[in-house]
Design a protein around this ligand. Sequence first.
Ligand code: WTA
Length: 636
Amino acid sequence: MAKSSTAAQHQSDVYQPDKSIVENAHVKDYDTLYKRSVADREGFWADEASNLEWYKKWDRVLDDDNKPFYKWFTGGKINIIHNAIDRHLQTQRRNKLALIWEGEPGDVRTFSYHALNREVSKFANVLKSMGVRKGEIVTIYMPQIPELAIAMLACAKIGAAHSVVYGGFSVEALAERIQDAQSRVLVTADGGWRRGKITDLKGIANEAMGRSATIEVCITVQRTGQEVYMENDRDFWYHDLMGLPIASAKCTTEEMDAEDMLFILYTSGTTGRPKGVLHTHGGYSVYTSTTHKYVFDIKDEDRWWCAADPGWITGHSYIVYGPLINGATIMMYEGAPNHPYPNRWWQMIEKYGITILYTSPTAIRGLMRFGDQWPKRHDLSTLRLLGSVGEPINPEAWRWYHEVIGEGRCPIMDTWWQTETGGFMITPLPITPLKPGSATKPFFGNEVAVVDDDGKEVAAGEEGKLVLKAPWPGMARTIFGDSDRYVEVYWKDYEKQGWYKAGDSARIDEDGYVWIIGRIDDVIKVSGYRLGTAEVESALVSHPDVSEAATIALPHEVKGNAIYAYVILRAGVSGSPDLEETLRKHVGHEIGPIARPESVTFVETLPKTRSGKIMRRVLKARAQGVDEGDLSTLEE
Ligand code: WTA
């Protein structure tokens, strides 16, 4: 990419795409297609939806009779699996690699579309034999192994919904999610590999099943071979079930209504309880495949690697569903990027000829620290596009990614989106002139604005709240079991205008480029992972020595943000370095290692409003040694 800059361009460099990229891109003219997509939103999405196979075509593209509970493609009959697998079997893609998987110890497994279909069908029949029915929610708690994707796809095939709980979460996080979803069936593994160590997934699953009473059947994949506790009548080995005659490789894909539930995925919000964000078969299929195709310019010869974990929305939309619908070859890796050496990723890019890498700024910063010599040892010339997601990318990391990994050749797609949006909302295309640190412009059909509390657009370059002004097919339909909360959290603030509040602050520069600043609620992005201050606080308070807790996020060089905790101990208990360590571990045990606070400070009081709300903003200002701002509501 050629670099050009003028003083007017927001004090930052602009990277123009090479001619060859523009010539080969699916979309060669953003402005024209964008204008059309917002002028005739339904027409645009109907065209995209027509690229998929429907059992029955929709009656209405957008049904907005009951705002903000928008529906898409109502009357249509579809199953995401028909599009992600079945239809490819009728074409030359049948023998194309769907999945290349490498385990951390170096074991490799590959699946053609034909082979993937067999595994998915077999496991779908196993689930059916366990009585799993349409509409039921199966919880999946797994390391990054092929069976994680297979289990998700098998659920969708028979019309059951999945709730994947990230394998890095721990006991309370898992128990709470199982309980909320009322899952009867849990699919897990004995463990997984991470930095040369084995994680104890089945142990955690057992403890979680002890805390939530709904699970009747637990199916365990043998990954590591360590000894695990299995209970008669409840526990089954995956490989035993897959060997039974019942696990036939023939299974009919269930016809679903476009608006039928595909999955729920729990994500953190401002209160302690995680929200089960609900997505559906029709709109989500259309949105993930369209965004993936245009933004990453997917071609049949690509080898696509989204290095997220399938346990988060990025993995759902862009490891599993979007890429499979597009018939891509997917790379999936089980372990840590720097194990056994910091060249692990670069080695795999070379070995498999990866053409597109999509990852988080945290991973980039983490690998950048080890120096250029690690990537430089490898031939990365197959790469043609790069991507970033999860948190704002700082220009320094952007430039390193661009120059060292992309060898100055690969544009970086900095995609802004959320669990709730299902897919990319603000993002460049390969043809977009790039400014390091900006997610650039809205994807087709979307209208975004940065506004004040009254909904008035702020001036160019000024900070405000990010809102989405129009519905899109990939939008969450509700929060599972709590539609009031859905309205309250996302739609209440700009009810009059009918806008979706993203919960992020941002600014839009004079060229219309969007710059995301960060969360404005009590959500924290740690290493790109989404956590709630309230979840960490309730984990701390669940320890017998703790009476009250408050957590804040402070900037961290690699993780983007890190969690700092302030704790009031129960009378008679005194703080010590040992207790600090115990509490950090306790949070790790309850939620997961990613939630472990950087430090725990023991305090006598916490700053609160007169109505008793903790003023985290004051704690944060104090920790950073900056002005505490308006303290008029602070309690004496
Ligand atoms: C943040 C992840 C800046 C943002 C897909 C958002 C980003 C939250 C970007 C959603 C980006 C995501 N630049 N910030 N490119 N992408 N975010 O639900 O704060 O885990 O609201 O979805 O991540 O996190 P979630």
